[in-house]
Design a protein around this ligand. Structure first.
Ligand SMILES: Cc1cc2nc3c(=O)[nH]c(=O)nc-3n(C[C@H](O)[C@H](O)[C@H](O)COP(=O)(O)O)c2cc1C
Length: 351
């Protein structure tokens, strides 16, 4: 526990820090000269998140979590200030990081460490030993090695280029990489629709988290004309799959979130529904889940779908969102639909 003069330690997922304070903790932790690094930009763009620990004198603990955008998260740069060591700070940093990685839908947390940290990671933090490999890619000829003796720094999710699958007609251009936050946003927005999913549960807690994020979407007159029903039941999903012309994947997705909107529409209701669907799919993408917005039509089918999922009278289910871990062995997209997007020049006029 921290000394009485330093107050209680506060841990925060994605907690605020300044670049100089993390640079100084890094230099202290790894015993190198102080270097000024743009940590905030780097981590914001490339990591799932990080955990900060603070006492009332400043940053005393830090760990970053990189990820592959899907099931695997990686511990990087676990740091505890000398003044706060041997108080369980490192273990708690890892616990907080583990819980948030799990909440984001990751299934595995990896760590690579030096020999003297074995007991910390295996005994105190609960990692199990594995075989691992490491290859040096810079600072000398490429070498193949066994478990590293230096901290491994896996990069975060690289640009997802969204190349069309073989057999797809490409009429428009495909996303190309750019740097930083813009690239991260673009890669979320440009994420391809997913209709084939792995046979893995999407926990209710994750669906709750997605809805919790999406519900902040603005709507005309703040009506929030939406409700959500998460459908896990196989028979119900199979029933929904028959209520749209291109909805077969609803039967095979681990969970389908049915979007309800009022039967009696205002002018902006469809617009609002589109915005909430977009927010939900972006939240899903940032949690490593694939999604497919799916139309339930004609109008009678949308009403039937609302009844099937037990909606109160007055609500209609015009769209549903299939969610799950993408099955990357299946082709992305529908063969009949061209891929890519129209160019900015074609879409934007400046007067
Ligand atoms: C409002 C809306 C309705 C959609 N309805 C369906 C649908 O019923 N079935 C389907 O398989 N995909 C549906 N999609 C997914 C689109 O086909 C997909 O977003 C589009 O073809 C772009 O494909 P890409 O994400 O692979 O680039 C829908 C998308 C939107 C935004």
């Amino acid at each position: 526990m921290p000394g009485p003069d330093r107050g209680p330690l506060l841990y925060a997922w994605r907690g605020a820090f300044t670049d100089p304070e993390l640079s100084s903790l890094h230099a202290e932790g790894f015993g190198h000269q102080l270097e000024q690094t743009g940590w905030n930009h780097q981590l914001d763009s490339n990591s799932l998140g990080w955990v900060t620990a603070r006492d009332d004198r400043g940053l005393v603990g830090f760990v970053a979590i990189a990820w592959d955008g899907r099931a695997h998260a990686f511990v990087e740069d676990t740091l505890v200030a000398v003044r706060s060591r041997r108080q369980g700070v490192g273990v708690h940093l890892i616990e907080v990081a583990r819980d948030h990685a799990a909440r984001a839908g990751c299934e595995w947390l990896h760590v690579d460490f030096e020999e003297h940290l074995k007991s910390f990671y295996l005994d105190a933090c609960g990692f199990v030993p594995t075989d691992a490999g490491l290859m040096r890619l810079s600072g000398g000829a490429a070498q193949v090695g066994s478990t590293s003796s230096t901290p491994l720094s896996p990069s975060g999710p690289g640009p997802r280029t969204g190349h069309p699958s073989p057999g797809h007609e490409r009429l428009w251009d495909e996303p190309t990489g750019q740097d930083g936050q813009m690239e991260q946003l673009r890669s979320l927005i440009a994420r391809r629709t997913v209709r084939s999913f792995l046979d893995e549960d999407v926990p209710v807690s994750v669906v709750r988290q997605l809805v919790d994020q999406a519900r902040w979407t603005g709507s005309a007159r703040n009506r929030q004309p939406w409700r959500f029903v998460a459908v896990y039941d196989q028979a119900t999903r199979a029933g929904l799959a028959g209520l749209g012309a291109y909805a077969a994947h609803l039967a095979t997705a681990p969970v389908v979130v049915v979007l309800l909107s009022p039967r009696e529409r205002h002018l902006d209701t469809e617009f609002d529904a589109g915005r909430i669907a977009q927010s939900l799919t972006l939240a899903a993408a940032s949690a490593g889940l694939g999604s497919c917005v799916t139309s339930l039509y004609p109008e009678e089918n949308a009403d039937t779908a609302a009844t099937v999922v037990g909606a109160e009278p007055g609500w209609s289910a015009r769209h549903a969102v299939a969610l799950g871990r993408p099955d990357s062995s299946s082709p992305v997209g529908r063969l009949a639909i061209p891929t890519g997007r129209r160019s900015t020049d074609e879409l934007l006029s400046i007067r």
